[in-house]
Design a protein around this ligand. Structure first.
Ligand code: GCU
Length: 445
């Protein structure tokens, strides 16, 4: 296949330097302001603020469903009931798998990534309600796995594939809608200062060196993160007639499963090691995708917060009202009324739906907004369910001491909300521990 032109972004030309310095200065100022705001707003996480969640065991009677005593009952009765409840009451219904297909495939030069055996861009076709919906994914294969199929990490990106790769390749820029924080170099520089170096570019080099294939795509190409555009885009996707239509978080979760379709149809990947890494809003989507799609064998949800891993029962961090006011297109149901109508349904049940598969949750010391302590408590509440499958769930003795080989691990790092080196260091440690051991493979029903 012919290789298309792709050059790694050159060092900035002198004329650009001024702009870059200006961007950097602006970013630093924004960072200083944001950091000051953090301290003032009391966003430091108090790790002692345990407030254990007062919930009955996830195995006890739920409405008309009697108590669950074994894995077969969980799989046959409780898990389908919970999956339906989350879609009816919070996320809306995701369309059934419509079998996403790759329609075009092209090689991208690997020069900038010596640890890549190949880099491909694929166009994925989804047959929706009207004209087919297309999106692009970029697949990196590691050098180190030429003989065997590679474990894979699916990592949705925030600013499009071109910015994620750091390539200047005109064919990669498909003109998808981008939020303003991604649109110009200055805005992307500020975004990186505030939300971390890896918010825009996952560390592909590190992941390839560690032996992982990576599939990245921009969920905003399918459903933009903007209320009007999101509604129009969701209307173009395949429908379903069971209940409320999904919001953007549901659609992004569905798109993660479409990336899994691509992986599942390709023998170059190790289908027993399919991980998803999602940060914040994509952490919410990654957890939902894993709860509904059992082909995902491990999920890393970094600072996923409200309606991610954080139980809504805890009154810490972002409120449901605030979430639905600022992001009305993310969930189809006014979140607060969802909570009032379904007081028994909380986020630890979403985590439990992923059992016996592996979960890593990430938190940051200046990110009280996403309530890491609550997420840790919620993770501990799933242990009864992991035990049904012969596992243990969350076993670490404190929020600061992750046990990466456990079924669920919690990683807490210093600093603000965002994706930084340490978040990926934890993710790699966790995936390595699960790849080299046989814990979750053995625990599968
Ligand atoms: C906002 C929102 C969070 C979300 C985060 C993100 O802060 O309040 O719920 O997780 O954006 O996606 O970065």
């Amino acid at each position: 296949m012919p290789q298309t032109r792709a050059t790694f972004a050159p060092s900035p030309a002198p004329a650009n330097r001024k702009t870059q310095w200006r961007s950097a200065a602006l970013g630093l100022a924004a960072l200083a302001l944001a950091a000051a705001g953090c301290v003032q707003a009391g966003l430091h996480v108090d790790t002692q603020d345990r407030q254990p969640i007062q919930i009955p065991s996830l195995l006890s009677r739920l409405d008309d469903d009697p108590a669950v005593t074994n894995a077969a009952e969980w799989n046959a009765r409780r898990a389908p009931l919970l999956r339906a409840a989350f879609q009816n009451r919070i996320y809306g219904w995701l369309p059934a798998d419509d079998g996403a297909r790759v329609t075009t495939r092209r090689q991208i030069a690997t020069g900038a990534y010596p640890d890549a055996r190949s880099i491909e861009e694929v166009t994925v076709r989804l047959d929706g309600a009207g004209a087919p919906v297309l999106f692009r994914a970029v697949i990196f294969l590691p050098q180190s796995n030429t003989a065997t199929n590679a474990p894979v990490i699916i990592a949705p990106n925030f600013c499009g594939n071109e910015a994620a790769l750091g390539f200047s390749d005109s064919a990669l820029d498909h003109g998808a809608w981008l939020p303003s924080r991604c649109r110009t170099l200055a805005n992307r520089t500020i975004t990186r200062f505030i939300h971390g170096q890896n918010i825009i570019r996952p560390p592909f080099e590190r992941l390839l060196r560690a032996g992982y294939a990576v599939v990245t795509f921009y969920p905003g190409e399918i459903v933009p993160d903007e209320p009007m555009l999101a509604a129009e885009a969701i209307a173009r996707l395949p429908g379903q007639d069971r209940g409320p239509t999904m919001g953007a978080v549901g659609a992004w979760a569905w798109s993660i499963s479409r990336a899994v379709d691509i992986v599942a149809a390709d023998a170059r990947f190790d289908h027993s090691h399919v991980a998803v890494f999602g940060h914040s809003r994509f952490g919410k989507a990654a957890l939902l995708a894993a709860a509904l799609d059992e082909r995902i064998t491990a999920v890393i949800a970094n600072q996923s917060g409200r309606l991610g891993a954080a139980p809504s029962a805890r009154n810490v961090g972002e409120s449901l009202n605030e979430l639905s006011r600022r992001f009305p297109h993310w969930f189809p149901i006014v979140a607060q009324s969802a909570r009032e109508n379904a007081p028994n349904l909380d986020q630890e049940a979403l985590l439990a739906l992923i059992a016996p598969r592996a979960i890593l949750l990430g938190g940051a010391s200046l990110d009280r907004w996403s309530d890491p302590v609550g997420s840790y408590e919620g993770a501990a509440a799933t242990n009864d369910v992991y035990r049904l499958f012969g596992g243990h769930g969350l076993t670490q003795s404190s929020i600061e001491t992750p046990d990466y080989s456990a079924d669920i691990a919690f990683f807490m790092r210093p600093g603000r909300h965002g994706i930084r080196d340490l978040d990926w260091t934890a993710a790699i440690a966790f995936l390595d521990a699960h790849r080299n051991g046989t814990r979750y493979a053995q625990a599968r029903p």
